[in-house]
Design a protein around this ligand. Structure first.
Ligand code: PGA
Length: 253
């Protein structure tokens, strides 16, 4: 059985004080939760404080981006060595907002995936199609390219560790969710591409989260699908009590 995993993506929200207080509340609420991995992706500035606030609890902390070099002249960037040094265990990579607003390419994201794995930070690789791509029947082609290029040159052992987050871009922050059947169909295709790239065993083990307007009302139905192993949750992760409902939906999968 694959692990179930619910990750919050706070994006550029909350101050340090708000972040620490939310993590403390979440740690308290989830202290007895079992069989679920709970992650919060937070702005870089608060990562160290959140790692400290989450110590000993069930919640793990993720960065939302990372450079692939260990150090150097890259103004404004954060290296894998830096994240590792403060105890960050996960990193969200290739989010559609990074691809769109910061022009990140599959090749650049691939370098980051390799760097994260080299530093034993678990990457959450985001993929997904735009509305016009879905409407013109290009979804498979788009996710195929994102996976082929984003996970290029990984060994099977490395590929198993990558968490894939399928986030149809038209569903992010829009309130429009893919129907459970629609999401399941794409998740199945993703597992098929992973089978082709790395074989059955890896495809069977790899965790694939759904993201895009997942919330307290639709999480259970989405995560009940056999190829959906959890969620990457933006808006609905900002309120701890709402996020808790989503986590519980993942636990009862
Ligand atoms: P959303 O964001 O849940 O607010 O749609 C998801 C994401 O972008 O990771």
């Amino acid at each position: 059985m694959r692990r179930k995993m619910v990750a919050g993506n706070w994006k550029m929200n909350k101050t340090n004080i708000e972040g620490v207080s939310a993590i403390k509340e979440l740690v308290k609420l989830t202290k007895d939760y079992k069989n679920i991995d709970i992650i919060i992706g937070a702005p870089t500035i608060m990562l160290e404080a959140l790692v400290k606030a989450s110590e000993g609890g069930t919640v793990k902390i993720a960065a939302q981006n990372m450079h692939y070099k260990e150090s150097g002249a890259f103004t404004g960037e954060t290296s894998p060595a830096m994240l590792k040094s403060i105890g960050v265990e996960y990193v969200i990579l290739g989010h559609s907002e990074r691809r769109e607003y910061f022009f990140e390419t599959n090749q650049f994201i691939n370098e980051k995936i390799k760097a994260a794995l080299a530093y034993e930070i678990t990457p959450i690789l985001c993929i997904g199609e735009k509305l016009e791509e879905r409407e013109t029947g290009k979804t498979f082609e788009v996710i195929f390219k994102q996976l082929k290029e984003g996970m290029a040159n990984l060994t099977k052992e490395e590929a198993k560790k990558v968490i894939i987050a399928y986030e149809p871009i038209w569903a992010i922050g829009t309130g429009k969710t893919a129907t459970p059947a629609m999401a399941e169909e794409t998740h199945k295709e993703i597992r098929g591409i992973i089978t082709e790239m790395f074989g059955e065993e890896v495809a069977h083990e790899v965790i694939i989260q759904y993201g895009g307007s997942m919330n307290a009302n639709n999480a259970a139905e989405l995560m009940a699908q056999s190829n959906i192993d959890g969620g990457l949750v933006g808006g609905a992760s900002l309120d701890v009590k709402v996020f808790d409902v989503v986590i519980k939906a993942g636990m009862t999968k």
